[in-house]
Ligand binder design. Structure first.
Ligand code: DAH
Length: 317
């Protein structure tokens, strides 16, 4: 009998399983109300006196071994289920969720949008994959116009009529085709040019286009609008308009804002002049109005376009 119990001790110690059902079977077999230990304890009274001490010891050893085994197997199974369970340990403290932040380009774009919203401009968008008409021809850039070379264009496959827009001015055209004056709209978006990538330029970047068309719109309105914008955007109201050329505006100008020369950075970004070029603008060429179905005898307008990325670099270092 004692040998038989010792065999059970060895069996119990060697026992292992990964399922709760088998642990339960094991428990019932040894520790259940009709289990082996009950049997062994009941046999105690029939054991010879000289063997009672040893018998008692081995039965107790078996009982402790079985109980320890049940406890440790249950703990082990519970622990591994917590790790692999669908939700893991529900009592574990949550991992901190770090909030993201807006990209500097989005911050600048939103600021520009909100400034112009305050003076009655709505926001319009157009496709990034454009056709020749909206990106070039309607904007007074007919085929073979030399100014097309200023904007190295990505064409889609080999079809010269389908391209990635080189500027958001294409949205002007779409907007005028779809809407009659009064028009006040700004069109932010991504544009593409086949340019070498450097710290200052990329093959895709972002612009905001502005368009104002109504009866009696003058260059003075343009200048006033730009002054309002630079004051709100940069806190700087001193601007200058340098005569320039764009096929879609006449007259055309480039806008510089007086940045100042107070710090070393001011010197660097303004190349020592204190002036910073921020956009192109002009009075919408009558031809462009005509191309888009608006009568230039009745209406006039101004337009402007600026790069978001440069401003973002400027403001966010
Ligand atoms: N489309 C021009 C560019 O990408 C920017 C521009 C200049 C837009 C003058 C305008 C404008 O609307 O009037 O360089």
């Amino acid at each position: 009998m004692i040998d038989k119990i010792k065999e059970h001790i060895a069996l119990v110690e060697a026992f292992s399983t990964a399922t709760k059902a088998e642990v339960e079977d094991f428990r019932i077999k040894y520790l259940g109300s009709k289990g082996l230990l009950k049997e062994f304890f009941a046999a105690f009274k029939n054991v010879n006196d000289d063997q009672k001490k040893e018998f008692g010891q081995v039965v107790n050893t078996l009982k402790n071994a079985a109980q320890d085994k049940v406890t440790s197997l249950k703990e082990h199974i519970d622990a591994s289920q917590e790790i692999s369970g669908v939700y893991g340990d529900l009592s574990r403290p949550g991992a901190p969720i770090s909030l993201g932040s807006r990209h500097p380009i989005s911050i600048v774009k939103n600021k520009i949008t909100s400034i112009f919203s305050n003076i009655g401009f709505n926001v319009s968008e157009g496709p990034e994959i454009e056709d020749d008409w909206h990106n070039f021809t309607a904007l007074n850039l007919p085929e073979y116009h030399p100014a097309r070379d200023m904007q190295d264009t990505f064409f889609v496959q080999t079809n010269p009529d389908v391209l990635l827009r080189t500027h958001t001015s294409s949205v002007q055209v779409r907007y005028m085709e779809d809407n009659q004056p009064p028009i006040r709209t700004i069109s932010p978006g991504r544009v593409y040019r086949n340019e070498a990538i450097s710290a200052r330029s990329h093959c895709f970047f972002h612009q905001v286009e502005g368009l104002y068309v109504d009866k009696g719109v003058s260059f003075a309105d343009l200048k006033q609008t730009l002054e309002f914008f630079t004051t709100e955007m940069f806190g700087k109201s001193k601007i200058r308009l340098r005569p320039s050329y764009f096929p879609f505006t006449e007259p055309s100008a480039e806008v510089d804002v007086y940045w100042g020369l107070e710090t070393e950075t001011d010197y660097k970004i303004t190349k020592g002049t204190g002036w910073l070029e921020i956009m192109g603008c002009g009075m919408v060429d009558p031809n462009v109005l005509k191309n888009c179905g608006i009568d230039p005898e009745i209406y006039s307008g101004f337009a402007f376009g600026m790069g978001i990325d440069r401003i973002a670099m400027l403001l966010h270092q």
